[in-house]
Design a binder for this molecule. Structure first.
Ligand SMILES: CC(C)(COP(=O)(O)OP(=O)(O)OC[C@H]1O[C@@H](n2cnc3c(N)ncnc32)[C@H](O)[C@@H]1OP(=O)(O)O)[C@@H](O)C(=O)NCCC(=O)NCCS
Length: 444
């Protein structure tokens, strides 16, 4: 796991300090001790249309945000000078790039600008400041999850993982998948307490994140929140069921809430908060539990992988409706480190001619892949070398989308998002094939 406490030592970006000062605003870091932190969280809560957090919630974050880099923008003429008018919170965590291959990622969250100070370039100063600071500190990539899909492309972020929200009509679904809790040597399902949900989620995410590009290592309070144990805001509706294999090893957990349908009780809804499975049997057992649950007419689940196998475990394809959406946005800061962190499925070479609106990753980068699939990236003068598949002209946002293999070069070529020849695009399609569709099962 990456040491995330490095984030708090990263200095503020001088260009953003200057840009905000020219508007009469102060840009500074926020300590977790003291009243300043309460006011910082009140601004964040308001920015996301939420309530003012309770003292217990703020205390929980005080413990959880240890080592994070929290930044506030202050208006000295404001009615509450200690309250920021804009916020951002960042830390370092791992993102999975390919099978058991991870990069330390500058993770950006809590981007808010008060409605009283909107559209004056404050968010731009914050985002550019985050990216320059992270690049200067040697971080190879930045990431975030977003409230609106129109905000971050302009800073060089690209959609790296799209996910699906499922609605399953359980009366029509039928189960044709494995039944690992039956037969010889069966595994078992058990209801568990919320403290066990928290532990199982952390352990199973650790066991499985290396096989899911786009996934993160998370942080302790992520599991606390998903288990319904957020300090100051516990959720008694959260339930969990665990799958244990025949050898007694915990392999899966399904975390959910149930919404009763008072008018038609057997048509109630089971909302899956999160589901983690280490292996096929665990996956089949927990999803069969949800789909065949008595009194449940509908199962919903968000942030699912677009090639999740559930569709092929139910008898009726039309019982599963999927709504797709962008979810994990990544932003390459160091082209060579990012590309070299993944494996490539075929040997060859290409030159990426990259433009970056912030000037961080501008330039021409030659990727050479050997017979073992290992890539070596070097900065070159911009032309294609003899024998190379060719040249790809693209923005850093597009390269960031291609990195995990969540979109193919051929699709980007057809959409007019990159410039290259068809042969090069087809080589890239194969070379960048992901081990599985990129996904991210959480918000941050
Ligand atoms: C979204 C938000 C952070 C923008 O802050 P802001 O200070 O008003 O933004 P800026 O003035 O710096 O604008 C920067 C750019 O983003 C664009 N932009 C800002 N808000 C936008 C929106 N909601 N939709 C589309 N574009 C937007 C601006 O037009 C500007 O474009 P340009 O510089 O390329 O011309 C702010 O409205 C907010 O806090 N919203 C609620 C919380 C939220 O959604 N946060 C994002 C979490 S992921």
């Amino acid at each position: 796991m990456t040491d995330r406490t490095v984030a708090e030592t990263v200095p503020l970006d001088p260009r953003s300090t200057e840009a905000l000062a020219s508007r009469g605003l102060e840009y500074r870091t926020v300590a977790t001790a003291g009243e300043e932190f309460d006011l910082y969280n009140a601004t964040v809560g308001r920015g996301f249309l939420g309530e003012r957090p309770t003292p217990e919630q703020v205390q929980g974050w005080r413990e959880s945000f240890h080592g994070n880099r929290m930044v506030g923008v202050y208006d000295p003429r404001g009615a509450v000078p200690g309250a920021p008018v804009a916020t951002v919170n960042s830390w370092v965590m791992d993102v999975t790039v390919d099978a058991d291959s991870f990069l330390p990622m500058w993770s950006i969250s809590a981007v808010t600008v008060s409605s009283t100070h909107r559209r004056r370039g404050i968010a731009r100063a914050l985002l550019e400041g985050e990216l320059r600071a992270a690049a200067d500190a040697g971080l190879p990539i930045a990431g975030l999850t977003v409230s609106e899909a129109t905000l971050y492309g302009r800073y060089g972020f690209g959609i790296a993982a799209r996910t699906g929200t499922w609605t399953i009509n359980t009366r029509r679904a039928g189960w044709v998948g494995p039944r690992p809790t039956e037969g010889e040597n069966p595994g078992r399902l058990d209801h568990i307490e919320r403290e066990d949900i928290e532990r199982d989620l952390a352990a199973l995410n650790e066991a499985t994140r290396g096989s899911r590009p786009g996934e993160i290592d998370g942080w302790p309070r992520l599991w606390t929140g998903l288990a319904g144990l957020t300090p100051g805001k516990p959720d008694p509706k959260v339930r969990g069921v665990r799958y244990t294999d025949a050898e007694g090893v915990v392999r899966g957990v399904l975390v959910y809430t149930v919404k009763e349908n008072e008018a038609d009780f057997p048509a109630s809804t089971l909302d899956v908060i999160t589901a983690l499975a280490d292996g096929r049997d665990a996956y089949a057992a927990i999803w069969r539990y949800a789909v065949e649950h008595d009194l449940i007419g509908t199962v919903t689940a968000g942030l699912r992988s677009l090639d999740d196998p559930l569709r092929w475990m139910i008898a009726n394809d039309r019982a599963l409706q999927v709504t797709e959406r962008d979810h994990h946005w990544l932003r390459i800061l160091d082209v060579a480190r990012c590309l070299q962190a993944r494996h490539f499925r075929v040997p060859g070479a290409v030159t990426f001619v990259v433009t970056d609106p912030l000037g961080i990753a501008d330039g021409a980068w030659r990727l050479g892949v050997d017979a073992s699939g290992t890539g070596v990236v070097e900065k070159v003068d911009g032309g294609a070398n003899e024998g190379d598949q060719g040249r790809v002209v693209l923005g850093i946002s597009e390269l960031s989308s291609l990195l995990l293999g969540g979109v193919t070069a051929s699709t980007f070529l057809a959409a007019g998002r990159i410039e290259t020849d068809l042969e090069t695009a087809r080589w890239l399609d194969v070379a960048f094939t992901p081990i599985t569709a990129p996904v991210l099962g959480y918000w941050y």
